[in-house]
Design a protein around this ligand. Structure first.
Ligand code: NAD
Length: 498
């Protein structure tokens, strides 16, 4: 149980369950073998909650429950506007439970409470509403004009959509992934990350409260190599959505390939920011420091490679270094915290390990970073933000660190900057910073990735597709109208007229 004070009574009661059960077929159940896993408060290293640990048997039960709900609950066949009523009700409940969900998310992931309450949680409600409304305005059946035939295409939900999700934005990613699948009439099984299952489990209480039929949403917490693997390999799923690392993405894709299940992979990134000399270097430095320290740098698309025009290099570096040094590091629930801990000791060691590897390969440390100590919480998983510079082939310039580490490179010509950005094997998101919109748009199009942002980083408006290419993913994306159609199975109906 959490040792931190100031918890809401609802959060305390939720965490005190021993274990917090999983949610299958509308029931709260323990693991078939009675197994449990423990989540840790990364802010102080203490046990936070005990959670039922699902394995293959539990995953099988959840898939069967989702199949049954697809066939019999009426969810798949009810008109879109009726489903939208349920989804809007769920969105309202998410809004009403914002304080509880945000506190759980902050405790489990370590992120500052205002970020969870101001972005992650409300974004879930917005996503639910956005896809519910889009489905209401989507034609179920579209006539196709061809000579000699009467033809139409009809859209149906696929069946069971399976999701394996990561720990950095647990609830937000439930929103991005589940909303289109449910709006389209599918049922779902979610395997949240073993480090951060709490908000997803609490969300199930709201699913039940919203009156969504039993079995439409099922959540089985567990480890990747057991529960995640069993879900990806299950022959009863009809679609798979995976968000996580490229290494696991390959395993998930092979399992789905074997069963010929369509799969969507949202993977890692090594985002760049290209900063031209016609911007205010201090203002952009502040924004990029905010981007790379957001969620302790554990953000797939954030700006981690900073390409700075040589004319503004000195001023940019000075401001960025000062801004990084001023970041207040602390427990997510401490109101003065700007950057929380890494999610786990494993992740903290990964970040520190990369700094060592970068150093060994000759990186210059503009700001050293390294382990951080927070006096009140000596056992928390804290790191300081750091800034490196040097050879673009340095391991810290190439590989995803997933921590508050930026790698700076100087450039003179536009083409040079574009070439440096496009060296990456990732292709998730980059940004261009310039006062010249012609230049900004030209460079934005030349950077090879799913997303190019201008004069901002980490921009996610609903309605704009967000996806990756190359090592950052394939098979679709999220947040755009196309995502809804990923969850609708097209079927052509044709009658010869002669
Ligand atoms: P991860 O790949 O280690 O784990 C992701 C999920 O996969 C977890 O639920 C885990 O339990 C499960 N898993 C692990 N091994 C598995 C296996 N053998 N079979 C099936 N499932 C398995 O990733 P992570 O460390 O949780 O998250 C960080 C990664 O996620 C980073 O690479 C980050 O960039 C990426 N990410 C991408 C996006 C995006 O939208 N593109 C968003 C968030 C995170």
């Amino acid at each position: 149980m959490a040792t931190i004070s100031g918890l809401l009574p609802e959060v305390q009661a939720f965490l005190l369950q021993d274990p917090i059960p999983m949610f299958i077929g509308g029931q709260w159940v323990e693991a078939a073998d009675g197994g449990v896993l423990q989540t840790i408060d990364p802010g102080d290293g203490s046990p936070l909650a005990t959670v039922a640990e699902g394995k293959a048997t539990d995953i099988d039960k959840a898939v069967q429950a989702a199949r049954e709900a697809f066939r019999k609950s009426g969810w798949a066949t009810m008109p879109a506007n009726e489903r939208a009523v349920f989804l809007h009700r769920l969105a309202d409940l998410v809004d009403q439970s914002r304080a509880t969900l945000a506190q759980l998310e902050s405790l489990d992931v370590g992120k500052p409470l205002p970020q969870a309450a101001g972005f992650d949680v409300p974004n879930v409600a917005q996503t639910l509403r956005w896809y519910a409304d889009l489905m209401v305005h989507t034609r179920r059946s579209e006539p196709i004009a061809v000579s000699g035939f009467e033809a139409r295409q009809v859209r149906f939900p696929y069946g069971v959509a399976a999701f394996v999700l990561p720990w950095n934005f647990p609830l937000l990613l439930v929103g991005w992934n589940l909303s289109p699948a449910l709006a389209a009439g599918n049922t779902a099984v979610i395997k949240p990350a073993e480090d951060t299952p709490l908000s997803t489990l609490y969300f199930c209480k709201l699913v039940a409260q919203a009156g969504i039929p039993a079995g439409v949403v099922n959540v089985v917490p567990g480890y990747g190599h057991t529960a995640g693997k069993a879900l990806a390999e299950h022959p009863g799923i009809n679609r798979m959505g995976f968000t996580g690392s490229p290494e696991v993405g390959r395993l998930i894709a092979s399992a789905c390939g074997n069963n010929l299940v369509p799969v969507k992979l949202e993977l890692g990134g090594k985002g760049a920011a290209v900063v031209f000399d016609d911007v205010d270097p201090a203002a952009v430095a502040q924004k990029l420091v905010a981007a790379v320290t957001l969620n302790t740098g554990q953000v797939c698309c954030t700006a981690t490679r900073w390409l700075i025009h040589e004319k503004i290099w000195n001023q940019f570096v000075k401001t960025a270094r000062e801004a990084m040094q001023q970041i207040k590091i602390g427990h997510g629930l401490n109101p003065s915290t700007q950057m929380g801990p890494a999610v786990s000791e494993k992740q903290r060691q990964r970040i520190l390990g990369y700094l060592e590897k970068g150093k060994a390969q000759g990186a210059e440390f503009v700001l050293p970073g390294g382990p951080a100590t927070v006096a009140e919480h000596p056992d928390g998983f804290y790191v300081k933000p750091s800034m490196l510079s040097g050879d673009p082939d340095n391991v810290c310039a190439r590989e995803e660190i997933f921590g508050p580490v930026s790698f700076l490179m100087k450039f003179r010509e536009e083409e040079e900057a574009v070439e440096l950005v496009n060296r990456s094997s990732y292709g998730l998101a980059n940004s261009v910073w310039s006062a010249d919109m012609k230049q900004a748009n030209r460079v934005a199009e030349a950077l090879v990735a799913g997303n190019s942002w201008i004069n901002g980083h980490n921009l996610f408006p609903h309605g704009v597709p967000y996806a990756g290419c190359n090592l950052s993913g394939c098979g679709g994306g999220v947040l755009g109208p196309e995502t809804l159609f990923d969850y609708l199975r097209p079927q052509s109906v044709v009658r010869a007229l002669s």
